[in-house]
Design a binder for this molecule. Structure first.
Ligand code: LIP
Length: 338
């Protein structure tokens, strides 16, 4: 593999974190124009301007999406993802300009940025009222905010470290969430030509063929996907090592593929029986959640409660029984939220 990498440093994280914090507060306040209210007096009618600001009411109308609209969203993003796959394939075997983000093993390439730009520009041009969360936009200080509005959640290259090395286990991960719930999930490995798709209520597919999770319920027959991650925080690393030691003797085996989205796709197609991780971001898991749910699998927080997509914690399994057996063994870790 031609491993011509040129490394550059990303602007320092601290400045970015401060910027993100102030953006977060600012973006929450929104006023809508005052409303005119009518007071009916028995003898007559007069209009009174009640200058009370109202929040959020104006939005409810936009979020009820019917099936034909969802199908339009799905067809549009499927075609865009295929096109983005061409860009990734073109750069797969070429020299790469690699930027170091939060630490030496947290990387981004020009291809990540190019793919995210293509997807975001095309989707927001086609659907102007929609919102988005993109891995690289957040790295550049955009608030990571999931509201009730239709929101595209994009990881342009999930498994960037693999992409940098030319190890063909990476993918484009795109999801649409509406009212903070998943509607569409697409995970595409353009090198191995694996196109995983799901629409809520319409099933999960691999290259157009329906997929479902395995029927494995016992730990000793289970294959677990687990990651070391791109953080070298000693506390986090200690938890990863401890979980590896605890779990390995209990399972058939452990696999670490380097991509959260592809790990979830492996569980959805029954190739693995469970995947959990601390430290991932909403963009790593947003497409995998509907895929697992539509494949008949189980999605939760690693401690067993409901999944919080911004908590940076995830567990998925072939079924609830398997999940309930592995969760009590897990050493927990609580990273800073997205
Ligand atoms: C990666 C995830 C992986 C995790 C890495 C990183 P990226 O996403 O897919 O599961 O272990 O730390 O977050 O950075 O390649 O998009």
């Amino acid at each position: 593999m031609d491993s011509q990498w040129r490394f550059v440093r990303h602007p320092s994280a601290t400045a970015k974190q401060q910027l993100r914090a102030s953006n977060k507060i600012a973006s929450r306040i929104e006023l809508v124009p005052p409303v005119r209210s009518y007071v009916v007096v028995v003898s007559g009618v007069c209009a009174v301007d009640l200058k009370f600001p109202r929040l959020r009411v104006a939005r409810t109308r936009k979020m009820d999406v019917d099936d034909s609209q969802l199908q339009l969203y799905f067809d549009t993003v499927l075609e865009l993802t295929r096109n983005a796959g061409k860009i990734v394939r073109e750069h797969h075997n070429k020299g790469k300009k690699v930027t170091i983000k939060s630490c030496d093993v947290d990387l981004v390439t020009e291809t990540d940025q190019q793919v995210e730009k293509l997807l975001v520009t095309s989707l927001l041009t086609k659907f102007p009222g929609h919102k988005y969360i993109g891995e690289e936009a957040v790295a550049d200080g955009k608030p990571c905010e999931l509201t009730d509005e239709p929101t595209w959640i994009i990881d342009p290259v999930d498994g960037t470290m693999n992409f940098v090395h030319g190890y063909p286990n990476f993918c484009i991960s795109v999801a649409l969430w509406i009212k903070k719930k998943p509607s569409i999930g697409i995970i595409y490995n353009p090198i191995l030509e694996l196109m995983f798709t799901a629409q809520t209520g319409k099933g999960a597919f691999l290259n157009g063929n329906r997929i479902s999770t395995s029927s494995v319920k016992d730990l000793e027959k289970g294959l677990l996907a687990m990651e070391f991650g791109t953080s070298r925080d000693p506390e986090k690393m200690a938890v990863v090592m401890e979980n590896t030691q605890i779990l390995l003797p209990l399972l058939h085996g452990i696999r670490s593929s380097g991509s959260a989205a592809l790990n979830m796709a492996m569980v959805a197609m029954g190739g693995a029986d469970c995947y959990f991780e601390f430290g991932i971001h909403v963009w790593d898991i947003a497409a995998g959640v509907p895929l697992i749910q539509e494949a008949g699998g189980f999605v939760s927080d690693p401690a067993g409660g409901e999944l919080d997509p911004l908590s940076r914690r995830v567990l998925v399994a072939s079924n609830e029984e398997f999940a309930k057996k592995i969760i009590p063994h897990l050493k927990q870790h609580y990273p800073e939220r997205d």
